[in-house]
Ligand binder design. Sequence first.
Ligand code: PEP
Ligand code: MG
Length: 581
Amino acid sequence: MNLELQGVGVSRGIAIGKAHILFHNKPDVEEYLVDEKDIEKEVQRLQAANEQATIQLRSIRNTIPANAPADVSSFIDTHLLMLQASSLTQVPMDMIRNRRCNAEWALQLQRDALINVFDEMDDPYLRTRRDDVDHVVNRILRFLVNEHARADDVTEGKLKGRIIIAEDLTPADTMLMQHQGIAAFVTEHGGATSHTTILARSLGIPAIVGVGSLRRYIQDNETLIIDGETGTLIAGSDKATLLEYSQRRTDFKLHIASLSRYKSGPSQTRDGIDITLQANADLAEDITAISNTIAQGVGLYRTEFLYMNRATPPEEEEQLAAYRKVVEGMNNQPVTIRTFDLGADKTVDGGRNLNQATTNPALGLRAIRLCLKQPAMFRTQLRAILRASAFGKIKIMFPMISTIHELQQAKHQLELCKKELIQEGLEFDHHIETGAMIEIPASAICAEMFAQQTDFLSIGTNDLIQYTLAIDRIDDHVNYLYNPLHPAVLNLIKMTLDAGKKHNIPVSMCGEMAGDPRFTRLLLALGLDNFSMHPNVLLEIKQIINETDLNKLPENSLDILTISDALEAELLVEEINSSVH
Ligand code: PEP
Ligand code: MG
């Protein structure tokens, strides 16, 4: 009988294989008092364990093939840097000396203190960095308590074709296991944005995280099926299920193999329309990975992450360094930097917002409204962006614009910054382009007005849908109403695209809809020719574009703008997607 367990699918692909259970109890650590005369010996014991952990990690790093994606080695480098950090060397050594406690205990205390700091962070990406601290400390602890079982497990060569079942995995373990040819992994812990899962995606290993009680339900060596897209794990499957998934595994492999064809060549419809494909970035660190994709630049760089989880906003020099890293990393491809979109769900300083408490934060002092209310902070950012424009092609984008006046005020602040920089003799691109995000229905309806006052527009469907349909985009209770195919949403998109065409300015889309393969043809039919998305989906979207002939789309494609019934709209999209070209 099939036993189905559900987790979060974090790396796509189907795997069928035997379970290899890799649960290791965390090293048992107890505190004991160290004799005064043995204190320095205890300190040396900690240093030796740290050195052994470093040697082990370096040897894993040396096994990374030269053609592996850049983020593979960068994750292991992060752990190597952590091993050298004073918070994991000097601080526990001081603890041993001051408390006269054993090395394991000092290390564990310090780990808990660091993890607490991360746990209090509001930003899910940074919160997952706690896992890195945990992984690094466990590696040292294993040497301290002399327990190498886990490392041996993954180097013995028994893992080919196995599905790893673990409590959690480090990026280094994942690397080693990939060399061993594992089929997939499933963990009890871990988030969708943890380094290990990002790594799994880069290495193409199907993976599921967050499946509780794995230990209770899964036996070593039993046959499992993993669907890394839906997050489903099936144990004890019957023959029919095995056959079905085996067929799906073949189909998926063929699909992925067919995508590699799109790593080169133009993204162009069959009838010769060039389509620009760009990537969205949340952190400057994302750029290494993005620069290795087919992205023709960054269509949206969300700078607000620079401001989160800290007491004071970043200074101009810190911002300049981040923006410079992004633009230089993109090797002359354009980068659209969006000014900070703080407020609503994106808070600063551990959850306290820069705006006042309000009952409707999404309708409150958010994005450009906050920028204009805090001109000094806004200008610091604008100066940093302008200065970064001396190092590559940058465009500036203002979020959540609702009135022409806001746009004019934002541009006025930019002009003030330009004057300052000229007076200070600092270089910048004097012709830097500015654009507005269209993510409020009012702006889409008035898109023509904005099109006459900006160099470009970019449609933010995440907010456009939220505001058009009055659905809080982070409220689970109403997300069943979040419908990109609602005719109101589609008409607003069309109005914006038409406004751009009429006034001869480019219009892109950088909301999630742009990276959803279900909507690619529909968006092409509506006239979109610039898509910006999560870098993982670029090839898939390109494939659809290159296999589309705009002249051969069903004649009734644009009827979608007047279909009120959700099911009917979905059927028409299916018809558009299945039309053969
Ligand atoms: C959007 O609203 O579609 C968008 C891209 O911006 P964000 O998701 O950052 O609000
Ligand atoms: Mg938005």
